[in-house]
Design a protein around this ligand. Structure first.
Ligand SMILES: Nc1ncnc2c1ncn2[C@@H]1O[C@H](COP(=O)(O)OP(=O)(O)OP(=O)(O)O)[C@@H](O)[C@H]1O
Length: 270
């Protein structure tokens, strides 16, 4: 998809993230990571290894205490001003629980049109915004009738598709997906994973996919990154890392993949 000479879309260099409080704690330590345009990179590691913190640092939700983050060659470390605008425009993050990331007081149409208004510089009540919202619903495989419903009236899988539609509306170059299928049943997982693949094929955004489920990585990701205790301990082509892990830690994670993993989602809706 991309050649080795393609400059990275995301370039983290020696990033530390330290949480304050009574006892300081370094959750990410000397982490370096590049993601080329259009690539799908899985980020795995045991609970508490720093995966979410790393992603949150990229979007500016937590500060890097040292190191740097570059997006498309631009320094967006601890973004403010133009750097923040650049991150907001180019990077979208989707979280595990769509119920807590969508405003319960807004119907789905309003939620989408608010984002469309900002992205496309149109009035949120304009016919253009309405048409784009309808188009987005079609792209994520949801009935347009759901535009008039509120979050509590949708299933978890439907809500996650709305959250993805809202992220896609910004036309990001990088999507950070933090356990987006963890709260879904296997059928809804299949729908969301296959949806992400088709959206990515159509739009070409890169993905950093955080998951505990290595079968998801095997199904979705060109590359995988392994974190342990805040450090990046392995990064390579998914097939290479899975067939020849360089650390015992990665080997132990791989041993935990359920045997049915490989083709669990192939028959899912696309
Ligand atoms: N706001 C915070 N303040 C203090 N410590 C935090 C904060 N958020 C996370 N941590 C700690 O930082 C470490 C890394 O957490 P993080 O959520 O990044 O790990 P993770 O790999 O994403 O874990 P999980 O897979 O369980 O989501 C953990 O020890 C966690 O307790």
């Amino acid at each position: 998809m991309t050649s080795d000479t393609t400059p990275p879309l995301l370039d983290l260099r020696s990033v530390d993230v330290t949480y304050g409080g009574a006892k300081e704690f370094t959750a990410v330590r000397n982490a370096s990571l590049t993601i080329a345009p259009g690539r799908t990179v899985g980020l795995v590691g045991e609970s508490g290894s720093g995966k979410s913190t790393l992603a949150r640092c990229v979007v500016g939700l937590v500060r890097a205490s040292s190191g740097s983050v570059h997006l498309d060659g631009e320094d967006v470390t601890n973004p403010r001003g133009p750097a923040l605008a650049s991150v907001r425009k180019n990077v979208q993050m989707v979280f595990q629980d769509p119920r807590s990331s969508l405003n319960p007081r807004l119907d789905i149409g309003t939620t989408l049109r608010e984002v469309i208004a900002v992205t496309d510089d149109v009035d949120r009540g304009s016919p253009q915004a309405r048409d784009t919202a309808v188009d987005l619903m079609a792209r994520v495989g949801l009935d347009r009738a759901l535009l008039n419903r509120y979050p509590h009236q949708l299933s978890g899988g439907q809500l996650q598709r709305v959250a993805i539609a809202r992220a896609v509306a910004r036309r990001p170059r990088l999507m950070l997906l933090d356990e987006v299928t963890a709260s879904l049943d296997v059928s809804a997982q299949a729908t969301v994973l296959n949806l992400l693949r088709s959206l990515q094929e159509a739009s070409g955004f890169a993905v950093l996919l955080i998951t505990h489920d290595l079968a998801v990585v095997r199904y979705m990701c060109d590359e995988m990154v392994v974190m342990r205790r805040g450090e990046v301990v392995e990064h390579g082509a998914t097939g290479d890392v899975m067939s020849e892990p360089r650390t015992d830690y990665t080997r132990s994670l791989l041993d935990a993949i359920p045997s049915l993993g490989r083709d669990r989602w192939r028959s899912g809706a696309r």
